[in-house]
Design a protein around this ligand. Sequence first.
Ligand SMILES: [Zn+2]
Length: 425
Amino acid sequence: MGQNRIKSIKEYKYSTKEDLERYNRQMLLKDWNQEKLLNSTVFIAGIGALGTIIALNLAMMGVGHLILCDFDTVELSNLARQVLFEEEDIGKAKVLAAKNALKRINPTIKITTYNKKLETLERKIFEECDVIADGLDTFEARRWLNSLCVTLNKPLVHGGMYGWMGNVQVVIPFKTPCLECHPLIPQQRLQKPCTPPGEARREERKEEEGEKEKIPTIATVSTVIAGIQSQEIIKILLSSDEILEGFLSYDGRSESLTKVPLVQNPNCIICGEYRLKGTDFAIDEKDTIRAIKNRLIMTWGLQEPIRVVIRGVIQEDTVKIQDLHIKENEPIFVWDKLLSKPLKLYAVFKAKKVSPILMIPKKEEEKKGVKWSSMKELVVDKGKVTYHKNLLKIQAIDKGQEIRFFKTLHLTKIKRKIRYKIKES
Ligand SMILES: [Zn+2]
C-alpha cells in the first residue's frame, strides 16, 4: 500500500469524478477508504470457482491492481460455477477470459495476467502485492503458497471447499497461525478439510488407482466462501482491526458458520521459531541420509524429492553420517518442493544428553515472583511430539496458563519424552 498509485489516477481513462460516482454507495461507509483500495494490489492464485468470484468482487469494488495467475484453460464443466466465463471462452486461457470479462465490468482498474504455474513466477511479483488470495484446488500448490506468504511476510486469505461445505482462514504471518500450524486438522485434510470419512476413503482409493481426483463443488458454496474471502481481503486493505481469526467453517446444508480457534504452533516448520532460528535435529553416527529423510517425512510431512545439503553439497541417500564427520551443532539444510525456503537444522547427536543447566525459570523471572511448576513429563511416540505439544499448549491456554517446553528426550528409537513446565500466576 506504500505505492503512491493514486497520483496516477489521471492516467486512467476515467476521471476521479467518474470513480466517485462508480463507488458512491460503498463510499457511504464511514470506515471506507476508496483511495486506499485504488492504490492496492491483490494477487489471486487460481482463477477457478473461488478465484473468479474474488476477482469479480475486487474489480467491482475498485481494487486498483489485480494479478491473476492460473495455467488452465476454460472447460465446459467450469461454466456451472466459475463466473466470468462463457461458452465461447472454452479452450481459452482462464486468465485471459477472466481479464476480458473484468474489463467489461470495470475498465478503470489494472489487470495483470500470468498464464503460468504459480511456482514459476518471480518473487518480486508477489513482493509488490498487498494481499494474496488462495483460490487453489491442490494441496501441494496451497502449501507452497502458504510457505511463500510467510517467507515474504504477506497476508494470505485462504479458502477451500468440498461439496456443501467450505472454510476460510486468514494468515497474517507471525501474528496468526499459518496453514501448516493447524494443531487439530491433519495436513492432508487442508485440501479437503470437510470431507466425510467415507468419501475421503473413496477418494484416496481413486488416487491410489491413479485417477485424478475431482472435488465436488457447487456454485452457491463457492459464492459464499469467495464472498467471505473477498470481504477479508478488503478489510485487510482498509487496515480493519476486525480481521477473521481462527478457522471459519461453513456448512451449506444447515447454513451454519463455525469459528474454530487456532493457536500458532511454535514448532511450525513454516512460521514457528524453527523457521527463523533453525532447530535441533537428533541424528546418529549410524544414520544414512535416507534415514534422515524418512524422519523428516514423519516429523514435518516433507514430500519427496527431499534435498539434504551438508557443507554445500546435496547428499546422496546412501551416504552415512559417520563418513561425513559432522560436528555437533553443524547446520544441515533441508527442503522439498513445497517449501519456498530451506529449513535449517542443527545436528545433535543422540548419545549426548541435554544438560539440565538449560532449564528455566531464569533468575530474572524468579526475582519477579513468577513460579513455575516442577518439571512435568509426557511419553509419546516418535512423530507425535508436535501434535502432543500443541494439545498441551491449547489446554494451558484454555486454563489461562502459560506453558514452557524443554528439550524433548529420545528415550528409545520410537519413544520420546516431552518435558514442560506450567507457569502459575
Ligand atoms: Zn505455521
